[in-house]
Design a protein around this ligand. Structure first.
Ligand SMILES: Cc1cc2nc3c(=O)[nH]c(=O)nc-3n(C[C@H](O)[C@H](O)[C@H](O)COP(=O)(O)OP(=O)(O)OC[C@H]3O[C@@H](n4cnc5c(N)ncnc54)[C@H](O)[C@@H]3O)c2cc1C
Length: 405
């Protein structure tokens, strides 16, 4: 065997799994088709739970965001969200995915994980006694286990035992541009709180548009379903015009052009494991369907995969039944919140009327506003969440009906 675990893809999912496995004395190789530092189209926003569950990423954070403003589709209503204590941030920003991912991969290497860069995996083969990965350069790697962390076009998912397909309405497309504005302009427009701005259903496009302020730059972008992708270019220039008119970007701002990438907006595939194989991160749909937040869920699914590998390697059994431990772990940790976010995407985010109503209600009801702030931070307590959401919904609906909201 060349290694015990081979990880295909060295993004946040792959590097997190590599770090944990190597720290536990497991011989691990990450292969990635790119050479690090490599770029990735992403806004680089991190919700609060990311630096709580993975505190070692704190040094890679560029700045924290202490406020957020959410606009209704008509732009008539706004939610002004602050963290409960005003000391805890709502969100944080990485300086960019090039640096962030490079730092994570360096941690995996430091722990003892090997990195084979500029090596594209082309095919995998699973037999009873080993897993074989064929690289584009003709080499092959034999391992006990393969982890697929190779994003939406995963070659590991093409393995005959998995073969999951994305539903059309569960695949998103997002565009993004990072713009340097300088500290003084940033302080003037976004204040020292570095207020995040989110526009729901901007100009009738299902999904949302964003401004994520960093230290001296902003990430501007729009996310929607892939089926609306042909409207993105026009929407982006309209979005920039609205931002200029409202003083949210400088009048003289000139776009340098956006970049686009796919983003799964589903719940994770049930079929995320088979003999000697696990699928993590975007490759398996570990993304918040409502916000598109994928870094935290890539890292969480990687942690569950690493725990599974440690256990099955001890037992020296790699059949699908043993590998199913992976699903048990992530189901326990993150399944409920991912399902809730999927429901919220379909029921609220893709429905213009409900987006308008939700923001209108929240702008007039402090309790609802507070609940939405904790939701945005990724800090919501999942215990009894259905009842709390249902309770607020019915409470606000009744108040609205009687005109007292
Ligand atoms: C515009 C946009 C904005 C976003 N903004 C945010 C945000 O603000 N916050 C957030 O949390 N999430 C955001 N996301 C989602 C986030 O980027 C992803 O969910 C996250 O990168 C998933 O991590 P990953 O490790 O699974 O995959 P990736 O980061 O995509 O890494 C996959 C790796 O696999 C490698 N690879 C692929 N195929 C092969 C192969 N055959 N052989 C070898 N290597 C291979 C690639 O080179 C890559 O390095 C955004 C996405 C988009 C498109």
């Amino acid at each position: 065997m060349d290694c015990q675990v081979l990880i295909i893809g060295g993004g946040p999912a792959g590097s997190t799994a590599g770090k944990i496995l190597a720290e536990n004395g497991i011989s691990t190789i990450i292969v990635d088709k790119a050479k690090f530092p490599r770029d990735k189209v992403c806004a680089g926003g991190l919700m609060f739970h990311t630096f709580i569950d993975f505190p070692y990423i704190r040094p890679f954070i560029e700045n924290y965001n202490f406020a957020a403003r959410i606009y209704s589709p008509s732009l008539k209503y706004r939610l002004n969200l602050f963290s409960e204590t005003n000391k805890e941030p709502l969100m944080a920003m990485t300086s960019g995915r090039t640096d962030f991912d490079y730092n994570l991969i360096k941690l995996a290497k430091k722990a003892g994980c090997e990195l084979w860069e500029k090596n594209k995996a082309q095919k995998i083969e699973i037999s009873t006694n080993k897993a074989t990965t064929y690289l584009q350069n003709g080499e092959r790697i034999k391992s006990q286990i393969i982890i697929g962390a190779d994003s939406v076009h995963s070659i590991v998912n093409k393995n005959s035992n998995l073969q999951n397909k994305w539903a059309k309405d569960d695949m998103g497309l997002a565009i993004e541009e990072n713009i340097q504005l300088g500290k003084k302009t940033m302080d003037n427009i976004y204040t020292k709180n570095r207020c995040v701005h989110l526009f729901l259903h901007f100009n009738d496009l299902p999904g949302y548009a964003w401004i994520f302020p960093k230290k001296e730059s902003i990430s501007i972008g729009i996310g929607t379903l892939i089926k609306h992708g042909n409207r993105m270019r026009e929407q982006y220039s309209r979005f920039l015009n609205v931002l200029k008119r409202n003083g949210l970007i400088p009048e003289e701002f000139q776009t340098q052009g956006f970049r686009a990438a796919l983003i799964p907006l589903s719940i994770p595939f049930n079929n995320c494991y088979s003999n000697r194989t696990l699928l993590i991160g975007d490759a398996a749909g570990f993304v918040s369907a409502i916000t598109g937040e994928g870094i935290y869920y890539a890292m969480s699914s990687a942690k569950a995969a690493a725990e599974t590998c440690i256990q099955v390697l001890k037992e020296n059994e790699f059949n699908a039944k043993k590998m199913s431990k992976f699903k048990k772990i992530w189901k326990k940790n993150i399944s409920k919140e991912l399902k809730l976010q999927y429901f919220a995407k379909n029921w609220v985010l893709l429905n213009k009327k409900r987006c308008e109503k939700g923001v209108r209600w929240g702008s007039k009801d402090k309790k609802l506003e507070k609940m939405l702030a904790t939701f945005l931070m990724g800090r919501f307590n999942m215990k009894g969440i259905e009842f709390r959401v249902g309770f607020h919904y019915i409470r606000c609906k009744i108040k609205d009906k009687f005109g007292i909201l």
